[in-house]
Write a protein that binds this ligand. Structure first.
Ligand code: NAD
Ligand code: ZN
Length: 357
């Protein structure tokens, strides 16, 4: 047995208003003449938060388009633009949901690696450390702030740049930044965390490390979505820590059925990660009976709409593509169903599941 020796985030600051310390935190990482580049979720364009970004000298704020999940072409374009303008930069700071944070990680890596980010989609293919990078979540749930991957849609696959160079050097966890997220979006991204916990805790890869983080994250998700009526500041505080702990839990285990199936949807239909996981989770009673029951309760209690019928009218060819992408997520299936997963999850069975969505 070979144990995973995984790289963690360098520095973590947590607390309401901790965003105000950003200037001081990044100061020692500034290099003469080289800017800090802030990749900010386009939602914040024109919002008061922008005036709080510690812009100095030739620093650059770029509002990133996260209408679609990050593509390798977009990462390459951003990195190329920065190389042409500045040669190199002092650092890249991602402010936003999982999409903006993933873009920041990928652009940081591509500042010091040649070719296209598509060349590095996979495990441990990245050759050089990136430039200094900071992640600042404005939505809680994905765990992208702690993970060693950045999920990208490339020309041939949707796969992360998984590497020891990928985790952030610094993260700033300020729950005030998530305060005004719309209820549906907050729920979808929050459920990403809930589903990480269920998949990790119910998986065959589980160990005490993953369990201790997974159980805590699950408890926090329940505090927020089951035990609290409405939404308050405590919910933002708790969900931010749930996301962090959920990410730590899957770092040493793996996700499972909901993610494997949802990747197929996302590849073919462009369904976003959080909502895609919810659409799938709604139909996974057979695999996670207790988790799905509680999930449905949370959907109802929080008055959330989960789309249905999204696979209606798809061609056989479309189903084949989704099944292919999903079946390709081998470690996820092995975690969920054990070493003999291929005997349990057949193409026919997966086809029937996609039909229900
Ligand atoms: P997101 O980043 O895609 O953002 C969803 C929407 O919410 C966008 O329209 C965005 O503009 C908006 N938004 C962000 N912050 C807001 C705020 N405070 N108020 C109002 N609106 C706000 O959503 P997400 O669920 O956080 O991230 C999903 C992405 O994360 C996917 O691309 C997925 O692949 C990736 N992901 C990465 C990892 C990882 O480990 N790297 C893990 C899970 C998911
Ligand atoms: Zn996820």
């Amino acid at each position: 047995m070979k144990f995973r020796n995984f790289k963690l985030v360098g520095y973590v600051v947590y607390g309401r208003g901790s965003f105000n310390q950003l200037d001081e935190i990044i100061a020692p990482h500034r290099k003469e003449g080289k800017p800090m580049v802030f990749l900010v979720d386009h939602f914040f364009d024109g919002k008061p938060m922008v005036n709080r970004i510690p812009v100095r000298g030739n620093d650059k704020v770029i509002f990133v388009d996260v209408t679609y999940e990050p593509k390798t072409t977009y990462v390459d374009k951003l990195a190329q633009q920065l190389k042409e303008e500045f040669g190199t930069v002092s650092g890249v700071i991602g402010i936003g949901g999982g999409s903006a944070m993933d873009l920041a990680k990928a652009v940081s890596l591509m500042m010091n690696n040649t070719g296209s980010s598509a060349d590095y989609q996979g495990w441990d293919l990245v050759k050089q450390p990136g430039v200094y990078k900071v992640g600042i979540p404005t939505l809680s749930g994905t765990g992208a702030e702690v993970s060693r991957t950045t999920v990208l849609t490339g020309p041939t696959k949707k796969l992360g740049m998984n590497s020891d160079f990928t985790p952030f050097d610094q993260i700033v966890l300020d729950p005030e930044l998530t305060a005004n997220a719309p209820a549906n979006q907050r729920f979808y991204t929050g459920m990403d965390c809930y589903i990480h916990c269920i998949e990790s805790l119910e998986g065959t890869f589980l160990n005490e490390f993953s369990k201790s983080y997974g159980e805590k994250a699950l408890e926090l998700c329940r505090d927020v979505f089951v035990k609290t009526d409405g939404w308050n500041d405590d919910c933002d505080d708790k969900l931010m820590m749930a996301s962090y702990a959920g990410g730590m839990s899957i770092a040493y285990s793996q996700v499972g059925v909901a993610h494997a199936v949802s990747y197929g949807l996302s590849y073919l239909l462009g369904t976003k990660h959080g909502i895609g996981n919810c659409i799938v989770m709604n139909h996974l009673e057979e695999y996670y009976p207790a988790g799905v029951k509680e999930f449905k309760y949370m959907v109802e209690k929080n008055k959330i709409d989960i789309p249905t019928g999204i696979c209606k009218g798809l061609s056989e060819d479309d189903f084949d593509k989704m099944i292919g992408v999903s079946m390709g997520m081998k470690p996820l299936w092995e975690n969920a169903l054990g070493k003999n997963w291929e005997k349990i999850m057949t193409r026919e069975k997966l086809r029937a599941l996609y039909d229900k969505l």
